[in-house]
Design a binder for this molecule. Structure first.
Ligand code: NAD
Length: 424
């Protein structure tokens, strides 16, 4: 269902693209091919729990398309992971890689698990079992997984360790099988911050094109890797972060928050709710608690969904008052919400463009591993800026020329690159 709806948005550019390349037949064929994943892997992962019980978890790796290069995409751990969702995200990775101009295809993986219910030892065993099950299908020339929701450098380090053990090889290049490793384990500088940094680069470019003046007010839903890092970069650039939230709820203050202080508090308390209190004194001038639903409906300049998909849908889209939505989560808007918000004149900066910083730096991590190099964070961010600015400018040009929205323009740029390769 999610895939169908996401693909429907993509199908909207088919006729337009046909008219651009003047070749109906091969465009029809290509869209038909892209509607299916090239390979869908489902695995069952037995885990012996510390209490001696065996529990079986379901895992997926879906390889959508590799016309432009090896498959690439994150692995998420989440209690509601399902095939349809992973397929959708794999498709979006194909589009994202093409859009940003890296020679990679699209994939996604996941395990249906709530990692909070497992001990660290159990989590490690499960992660290693997943690698054993998908081993034959991954590698630097085949498919390169990375972290996503609820997975991090620690998990990726276990995964690459398991992969190298099975490979029984000393070839350093094999480290490029996974990206998002810790820096001491040949990961890249800046990878953890990359998606947030990318969001900042894209937003800054957008603001400039629109001639908007700061301070602009911002609400960020989701205070994990992406949401926190982006908030940190935006704060440094003078945006006013008036609302932040995580899965347990949010905080609001017209004065604005410092993300780093909020993160310190979250680490202490385990949530950001109440993080406007100083000691035991909660001064309402410093802030108040708000729910995730309220956060989405705030009157802000920029709303940034950075948690999960479909959180803006036909039930709440009408209530959104933000002027700009920067989609840092993948697929945060349903098809209906997209339509409602477009009609309302909200500027939507689509996920495939806004959150492409992560995969771009993952690509840099691969290059470093394959060429046995180590790039500084400055070089990483410089290169990232080059890639994303180029992608943004190309999308903007298409948008202006064809008078379409940014999502459609992004689709056009991506499909242009895939089509070129397909038609070789
Ligand atoms: P994460 O696990 O680090 O953080 C997710 C955050 O969202 C957490 O703070 C969690 O508490 C919060 N959250 C979960 N459910 C929520 C809810 N219902 N309401 C509000 N907050 C909620 O994950 P992440 O890596 O930051 O990924 C976030 C999103 O960004 C996902 O959609 C992911 O696919 C996308 N993304 C991530 C990357 C990356 O490099 N990590 C790259 C591109 C896209």
């Amino acid at each position: 269902m999610i895939f169908e709806n996401t693909f429907k948005k993509f199908l909207e550019v088919k006729e337009l693209f046909k008219s651009l390349v003047n070749d109906d037949k091969s465009v029809e064929d290509l869209f038909k091919i892209l509607e299916k994943s090239q390979r869908e892997i489902k695995v069952y992962l037995p885990l012996k729990k510390e209490n001696g019980e065996i529990e079986i978890f379901e895992g997926f790796r879906i390889q959508h398309n590799n016309f432009l290069g090896p498959y690439k995409g994150g692995i998420r751990y989440f209690s509601e992971v399902n095939e349809d969702e992973i397929k959708t995200l794999a498709f979006l990775m194909t589009i994202k890689c093409a859009l940003v101009g890296v020679p990679l295809g699209g994939a996604k993986g996941g395990i249906r698990v709530d990692p909070k219910n497992l001990s660290e030892k159990e989590l490690e065993s499960l992660s290693r079992e997943y690698v054993r099950k998908i081993y034959d299908f991954i590698g630097p020339n085949k498919d390169i997984p990375a972290p996503d929701v609820n997975t991090n450098t620690k998990i990726i380090d276990w995964m690459i360790d398991e992969y190298l053990k099975i490979s029984d090889s000393k070839d350093i290049k094999l480290k490029a099988t996974f990206t998002g490793k810790s820096v001491k384990n040949d990961g890249s500088e800046g990878r953890e911050e990359a998606t947030g940094k990318g969001g900042e680069i894209i937003l800054e470019r957008f603001i400039k094109k629109m001639n908007l003046q700061k301070p602009l007010t911002v609400a960020v839903q989701g205070f994990g890797n992406v949401g926190y890092n982006l908030a940190k970069f935006l704060y440094q650039k003078g945006y006013k972060l008036i609302a932040l939230s995580d899965s347990k709820g949010g905080i609001y203050s017209q004065e604005g928050f410092s993300p780093e202080l909020v993160m310190e508090c979250k680490k202490e308390k385990g949530m950001i709710s109440g993080c406007y209190c100083v000691g035991s004194i909660c001064d309402s001038r410093l802030g108040s608690d708000i729910s995730n639903e309220e956060l989405l409906e705030l009157d802000v300049d920029i709303l940034i969904p950075s948690a999960l998909e479909n959180i803006i849908n036909k039930k709440n889209a009408d209530k959104v008052k933000a002027k700009i939505i920067l989609e840092m989560a993948n697929n945060p808007l349903t098809e209906e919400a997209d339509e409602i918000l477009n009609k309302k004149g909200v500027a939507i900066i689509p996920d495939i463009l806004a959150n492409s910083g992560g995969v771009t730096v993952s690509y840099f991590e691969m290059l470093q591993n394959l060429n046995n190099e180590k790039w500084s964070k400055e070089k990483i961010f410089e290169e990232l800026e080059k890639y994303l600015s180029k992608a943004f400018d190309e999308v903007w040009e298409i948008k202006e020329k064809l008078n379409i929205d940014l999502r459609k323009a992004s689709f056009i740029l991506a499909i242009k690159r895939i089509y070129k390769k397909y038609n070789l």
